[in-house]
Design a protein around this ligand. Structure first.
Ligand SMILES: NC(=O)c1ccc[n+]([C@@H]2O[C@H](COP(=O)([O-])OP(=O)(O)OC[C@H]3O[C@@H](n4cnc5c(N)ncnc54)[C@H](OP(=O)(O)O)[C@@H]3O)[C@@H](O)[C@H]2O)c1
Length: 254
């Protein structure tokens, strides 16, 4: 990833997305971000490295806002680059609830909008707004939860499984693109703080996540970002559509 790369990243105001955006800017890439908030640190990084950054503010959990964000992203995408990268990273683990407590349809819809619908609509806009002859790569940040069931996360598991299967269709339709749904492992972000605050009655696996934290087994967002970006830039990216960064022995460069 270098000055010839244009990258779009959702959920880059915090956590894994922020780390990936910062590393792309440091490499000189042009970066467009989408989240409800913006990051002053990211703006400083862009300035320090003389890289172009546009932080678009959008609530990607609401259909109308997703559609207008897709339009803004398309308008912001510069032509003429040789590499285009879309990182659908924004996500939520909520609502955390056993299946027999899932009465709040709106909270379920919000999660599907953010974790699945936004990725679909932004991908369509990305495909229409980038040159077909460029090197175009799409990364959908998934989760191990989409591949093995976790009690208390019926909605999160279902959204990530949907994102995984959507990615397989995307790959099937577009053999010339490099795409993958990448599980990033357990990362020390706000999402993990939120998970550790879960109600044990609704999330029976709570102790496992408390232990992972206590034992220092969470990866830093920076190291995970570094490993994902190296993988995405490599020739082997896209060979595994349902991918997991933990399957690769890639040293972090941070
Ligand atoms: N952390 C982990 O252990 C872990 C494990 C497996 C998979 N993942 C996946 O990795 C991705 C990143 O997770 P993370 O841990 O970095 O999460 P995080 O720290 O909670 O950050 C989430 C990001 O998504 C954005 N976001 C949340 N709601 C949004 C909305 N309605 N509209 C637009 N943006 C929104 C947030 O920005 P704003 O609040 O500014 O909108 C923030 O930038 C997610 O897809 C998650 O499922 C994480």
């Amino acid at each position: 990833m270098d000055t010839s790369t244009v990258a779009v990243i959702t959920g880059a105001s915090r956590g894994l997305g922020l780390a990936m955006a910062g590393q792309l800017l440091a490499a000189g890439a042009t970066v467009i971000t989408l989240a409800r908030g913006t990051s002053p640190a990211l703006a400083e990084t862009a300035q320090r490295h003389g890289a172009r950054l546009q932080q678009l503010q959008a609530d990607l959990s609401r259909p109308a806002s997703i559609e207008s964000a897709a339009g803004l992203m398309s308008a912001a995408l510069p032509g003429g680059a040789s590499h285009y990268l879309l990182l659908n990273n924004a996500g939520t683990v909520d609502p955390v609830s056993l299946t027999n407590g899932l009465f709040d349809a709106e909270s379920i819809e919000t999660a599907f909008n953010l974790n699945v619908v936004a990725a679909m609509v932004l991908t369509a806009a990305f495909l229409r707004s980038t040159p077909p002859d460029a090197d175009r790569r799409i990364v959908n940040i998934s989760s191990g939860a989409g591949r093995s069931p976790t009690a208390g996360w019926p909605v999160y598991c279902a959204t990530k499984a949907a994102l995984d299967h959507y990615t397989r269709v995307l790959a099937e339709e577009n053999p010339h693109l490099r795409v993958a749904a990448v599980a990033p492992g357990v990362i020390d972000t706000d999402m993990q703080i939120h998970i550790r605050g879960s109600d044990r009655g609704q999330f029976p696996d709570l102790d496992r996540f408390l232990q992972l934290h206590e034992q220092g087994q969470l990866a830093s967002p920076e190291s995970t970002a570094s490993r994902i970006l190296q993988h995405v830039a490599s020739d082997r990216f896209g060979h595994e559509i349902l991918d997991d960064i933990r399957n690769y022995d890639i040293p972090s460069q941070t």
